[in-house]
Design a protein around this ligand. Structure first.
Ligand SMILES: Nc1nc2c(ncn2[C@@H]2O[C@H](COP(=O)(O)OP(=O)(O)OP(=O)(O)O)[C@@H](O)[C@H]2O)c(=O)[nH]1
Ligand SMILES: [Mg+2]
Length: 619
């Protein structure tokens, strides 16, 4: 639906849709135009929903910009492609498109040309943005823009979306949208046979981007070396999470401790001091110390995403994944779930087969999300000695094993589900291998800043609120007169914990853990702050000054600690994940099934871990 001529009067912002193949830089361009920070990464299928923003040009013109998932053709094969098709073609859409900026990867123009012609034929006023011109130039490609404009009958500009001055030519055109809208079509290319001719005429020298890529791929995709390289990268990442974070973690810990002591001195002994020191500082402080580890993890994830390595890893794992009945397409959604299952589950929209998609959604929560990191890190820090074994840091090794546990469990569950629903025939993974890019320092820095902000906002809102709530539940009602033992024993939380103790005793948990697990349903890392609050209040006198990890190592047995780790590998301790499962599958049943099977697995795994560890170590 194109607006009628008179609606182009400039009294409302024109809507511009960014259309193009996956991974050609639409979102990078969107971010540049609108000043947003939407996710950009070097693989196909990053954007899976419509994103909108606004642009005011230097001349004061306003535009509404729409970023859409990449498409290969106007016939969608997956749910994300359907979103774009429907935005372009359906008459019922809520936001009419006035202009199309077709974004094409200049280093691979051939791939886009058929789609450009199809989109032009839809009748929208269209501009072609040849993006990634920096790479095209470096590789020696020369395109004759005049010929291309003439052949296609639309304006063509060159852009480099990752450079601050890289989209000037596009902005110049957008400043005169009337020219675009009223432009007579010079010619309407309609035959696919034209493509060769157009390219032959317009490209004077072809890009030579393949040599470096091929040289790197010779190692990375090597039949024998490829897999060890992937494992080594992941292994190094988890080692770094522990060893690099050591100093910054100590500084934050020292900071939190001095703030705690400051308030202990400043405030008179009583309810207010308890709220501030035991509730707020113990709760929030116990989580803030994990910021460096989270940032190190995300640093690696961002660099991997930007480099172009991920689709290669998907290819290597395709055979393995198909042997459990999943397609290689599931790899990137599952890998995204290492950050958080919510975007991971949304990324399954790129999976074409419906059964595969549901199974991938069901196993995504088994990937170790970053919210588990504080929990793992706290327990590992308290129970696993910080020793090096040759090259390896023992704590990093245990963390690596926990990640592997999640992956193995996911493989196992997927395999069982596939047996139940029936296998599809093996369809080899068809996915593009993008060119390797050197990660942009600015992009990585922005990515880390966004992550740090998300984390600190979580700490200061949901974690702050639950810390205060838990403090209240653990403080009131006050103990009866003459009571012995810490006051928390008599509080609401204490009573609830003792009730739940019956359920969690067989898996080795005490009542403090039971109390901590409830608010952790809101977000996993709250388990740490909740333990901080509960133990701060259960501790008597001197113990208060001891950091949480030493307090835990003296109060829990090793089997209990291992059992709690096992619980967190499986338990769906997060409402947001369950919510997104419901939304993406549009089914309460799938969500309930996910919650039930994950809780059952968690209970079984913890039970087995506790008893097996108890048998070997003595509980
Ligand atoms: N060198 C260079 N890299 C670019 C340019 N534009 C985008 N990139 C990089 O190309 C990759 C893909 O960019 P995105 O903006 O995520 O691509 P997209 O078209 O939105 O991809 P989908 O959402 O998957 O359809 C990222 O690694 C970007 O940093 C450019 O002009 N030059
Ligand atoms: Mg995108």
């Amino acid at each position: 639906m194109i607006r009628s001529g008179n609606s182009f009067a400039m009294n409302h912002p024109l809507s511009i849709a960014l259309i193009g193949n996956p991974n050609c830089g639409k979102t990078a361009l969107f971010n540049r135009l609108t000043g947003s920070h939407q996710k950009v990464a070097n693989y196909a299928g990053v954007t899976v929903e419509r994103k909108e923003g606004s642009l005011t040009t230097e001349a004061g013109r306003q535009f509404h910009i729409i970023d859409l998932p990449g498409i290969y053709s106007l016939t969608p094969l997956s749910q994300d492609e359907e979103i774009t098709r429907s935005a372009l073609i359906d008459k019922t859409k809520d936001i009419p498109i006035d202009l199309v900026v077709f974004v094409a990867d200049a280093t691979n123009l051939k791939r886009s040309l058929k789609l450009i012609i199809d989109v032009i034929q839809l009748g929208y006023p269209t501009v072609l943005a040849l993006n990634m011109t920096d790479l095209a130039r470096k590789s020696g490609q020369v395109v004759d823009l005049d010929i291309l404009q003439k052949e296609l009958g639309i304006p063509v500009v060159e852009t480099t979306a990752i450079q601050s001055d890289g989209i000037k030519s596009l902005l110049d055109i957008l400043d005169k949208p009337e020219d675009l809208i009223n432009r007579p079509s010079v010619r309407n290319p309609d035959e696919s046979a034209d493509i060769k001719k157009i390219l032959g005429a317009a490209i004077r020298k072809n890009a030579d981007t393949y040599s470096l890529n091929q040289r790197i791929d010779a190692f990375v995709l090597h039949p024998l070396l490829g897999f060890p390289i992937l494992l080594a990268i992941l292994f190094f990442m988890f080692q770094a999470v522990f060893s690099w974070a050591e100093f910054p973690k100590e500084w934050i810990e020292a900071g939190v401790e001095s703030v705690g002591s400051l308030f202990t001195v400043m405030l008179p002994d009583g309810i207010l001091r308890s709220l501030v020191v035991d509730g707020v500082i113990a709760g929030m402080g116990s989580i803030v110390v994990f910021l460096p580890q989270i940032l190190i993890l995300f640093f690696f994830i961002l660099v991997l995403e930007e480099s172009g390595y991920l689709p290669r890893a998907a290819f290597m794992l395709d055979k393995l994944m198909s042997s459990i009945g999943l397609s290689g397409h599931a790899f990137i959604p599952l890998l995204s779930s290492f950050a958080c299952a919510v975007p991971g589950i949304m990324a399954t929209r790129t999976i074409r087969n419906k059964k595969d998609r549901i199974i991938t959604i069901l196993i995504a929560p088994l990937m170790t999300c970053s919210a588990r990191l504080p929990v793992y890190s706290l327990i590992i820090g308290a129970f696993i000695p910080n020793r090096t074994l040759g090259l390896f840091n023992l704590q990093g090794l245990v963390l690596f094993c926990l990640y592997i546990c999640g992956i193995v469990a996911a493989i196992f569950v997927a395999w069982i589900m596939k047996q139940l629903v029936g296998k599809n025939e093996y369809q080899p993974l068809l996915m593009e291998l993008p060119s390797y890019h050197l990660p942009q320092i600015r992009n990585v820095a922005i990515g880390l800043w966004i992550r740090a902000r998300i984390f600190l906002i979580r700490v200061s809102t949901i974690i702050f609120a639950t810390s205060v709530l838990l403090w209240a539940l653990s403080t009131f009602p006050s103990p009866p007169e003459g009571a012995v033992g810490p006051a928390i024993q008599y509080s609401f939380a204490g009573q609830l914990g003792h009730l739940l103790e019956y359920i969690v005793k067989p898996i080795g948990f005490n009542w403090q853990i039971a109390v901590a697990l409830i608010p952790a349903m809101a977000a996993r890392e709250i388990a740490v702050s909740a333990l901080g609050t509960v133990y701060a209040l259960s501790a008597s006198g001197d113990d208060l000054s001891v950091v949480l990890s030493s307090l835990l190592s003296s109060s829990w047995s090793l089997p209990t600690a291992l059992s709690l780790l096992a619980w967190f590998v499986f338990a769906p301790q997060c409402f947001a994940t369950l919510g997104v499962i419901k939304r993406e599958t549009n089914s309460w049943w799938v969500m309930i099934f996910a919650a039930v099977y994950l809780f059952c697995l968690a209970y079984l795994a913890s039970f087995a871990t506790y008893h097996i560890a108890g048998f070997f170590l003595g509980s």
